[in-house]
Write a protein that binds this ligand. Sequence first.
Ligand SMILES: *[C@@H]1O[C@H](CO)[C@@H](O)[C@H](O)[C@H]1NC(C)=O
Ligand SMILES: *[C@@H]1O[C@H](CO)[C@@H](O)[C@H](O)[C@H]1NC(C)=O
Ligand SMILES: *[C@@H]1O[C@H](CO)[C@@H](O)[C@H](O)[C@H]1NC(C)=O
Length: 589
Amino acid sequence: MSSSSNLWVLLGLGIAGIIIMSQRLKRVVKKDLGAFLERFELLPPPQPAPPKAPHPLTGLSFAVADVFDIEGYITGFGNPDWGRTHEAAKQTSPVVASLIEGGATCIGKTIIDDMAFSLFGENKHFGTPTNPKAPDRVPGGCSSGSAVAVAGGMVDFALGLDTIGGVRVPGAFCGILGFKPSHGAISNNGFLHVSQSLDTIGLFAKDPTVLRRTSHILLKLPYAGQRHPKHVMIADDAFLLMRISTTRIIEAVTKSVEVLFGKQVLRHVNVGEYLKTKMSSLEELQIGDMNGDSKIPSLASLASAMRLLHRFEFRNNYENWVESVAPAIETCISANLRTSAIDNDVLINKCQTARYEARMALDSLLKENGILVLPTVLGPPPKLHSKEVSSDEYQICLSQLSAIASMSGCCQVTLPLGVHEKLPMSVSLIAKHGSDRFLLDIVQAMYSTLQDQTGIDLMSTTSNISSTKEEAAESAKEKGNIAFKEKQWQKAINLYSEAIKLNGQNATYYSNRAAAYLEVGGYLQAEADCSTAINLDKKNVKAFLRRGTAREVLGYYKEAMEDFRYALVLEPTNKTANVAANRLKKFIP
Ligand SMILES: *[C@@H]1O[C@H](CO)[C@@H](O)[C@H](O)[C@H]1NC(C)=O
Ligand SMILES: *[C@@H]1O[C@H](CO)[C@@H](O)[C@H](O)[C@H]1NC(C)=O
Ligand SMILES: *[C@@H]1O[C@H](CO)[C@@H](O)[C@H](O)[C@H]1NC(C)=O
């Protein structure tokens, strides 16, 4: 080779290095998945001397959404101009204070949506926290950072704000428990309100016993025995709003209820029909374009009443500040301040009537011992920056599900149901206003049977329900996938290695381990794993793509090119392979 062609090879290598470096940098996820705005430590008081019992929340850590006041810190409200124009809080919110008094340690403030307004968790000022269960999907809002901090295992529980779904939606999207208590059941002081008629403080947790323990502190509940539900009502019509098949969800709930409480408690109900007969205000609330897609007109009306109240009260709270500061805010917020419908006093009064009627209607449907089962969200979390996130139609449809508890003031918990096609699934339970304890007991009772119904308990690291080596391998792989999604590369490698030890004949395990090796720069191991995977399965596109990537970094351009070309033979439309092949062309003489 002449010296000039050597120079070209060196140059080529340098450029390839730069391209690969910059690609790797782009994928770097922020520290703590970008959930935190600020970290600090607020420690609980010392334990009382025995024989007094230790603090009930001893050993638990938590985070708070940036709407709660913490003495000495500015409450930021998801908007930099708000932070800039406000002073540090003089007092800690009573809710935060009682959790610390109860023995828990607060470790920081988490990101919320701009002025806690949206439902998707994309904050253009502070960034979007990464959904650990689905990194290319939205985490859900407004309490995005709190949900991510819990789902990512950084805290045991977290506080959020739920006005039109701000805890329930991110809970569902991040695959964790999210609790919206009854309206007014928990102290209403010490946080920034969005809409007083709808706002409730909410809680996230992964573990139902943690959710129950912490909620009991906030609700100030004395000890009492547990009650079984008399009726568990599946809201058939609400499930029709979902955009995916609901069979699996309804089956899981049905089986779990049968096992725990017996067949006789199960009912089916059309909640839309029911509300229509009980709420005369709904008919007058058919507000043209705000109804959107109305498969269930009465739920659509209820949802538009909620949206109207939300906007009306938000405007009353913040119009003056917005006018004087002219902050950089999301366009959906500024548009909201200009909505003319909220100037119609008669309409706003009807919305308040609807709230009252909804409370009465659900009280008479559920009574003391009833549970309503409905979807939390329309399906898996939407992709980041997707059309769904900005479309009114999607938000209006989603509101029809969240409006039931928001408008009636009932309590609701969203429960995770494992993953479907690698995306988190969920279902919600609602109990009558004031029946928070009953609801939390049912959630705790149903949680583990629901997990059993939906297959392997993906969240638990201690459960072992595998009966054969193949099943155990599969379970290790699933846990590896979770670790991978949580960017815990070494943990993922260990889990995939365990899967390979249990079953050395499955290409997926090698190919997945290769993906984790690529993340930590183990290119030689990645290449070896891909070769094994390809030997086991000649059509494994991912293994060819990953081996190509490893070989490219190692400088074997020709071999890398062969891998990408072969991937294209197997999957001619694959963009990743196409882009890689085009990129490599330049480096191959
Ligand atoms: C789970 O069960 C499998 C099969 O019985 C066994 O090989 C494996 O060691 C168990 N794992 C744990 C963590 O107990
Ligand atoms: C390998 O595992 C995947 C999922 O992890 C499964 O779908 C596939 O059937 C397994 N293949 C073999 C040959 O066991
Ligand atoms: C290319 O193929 C891989 C493996 O099947 C797949 O995971 C990836 O999403 C595909 N990429 C595109 C852009 O089609």
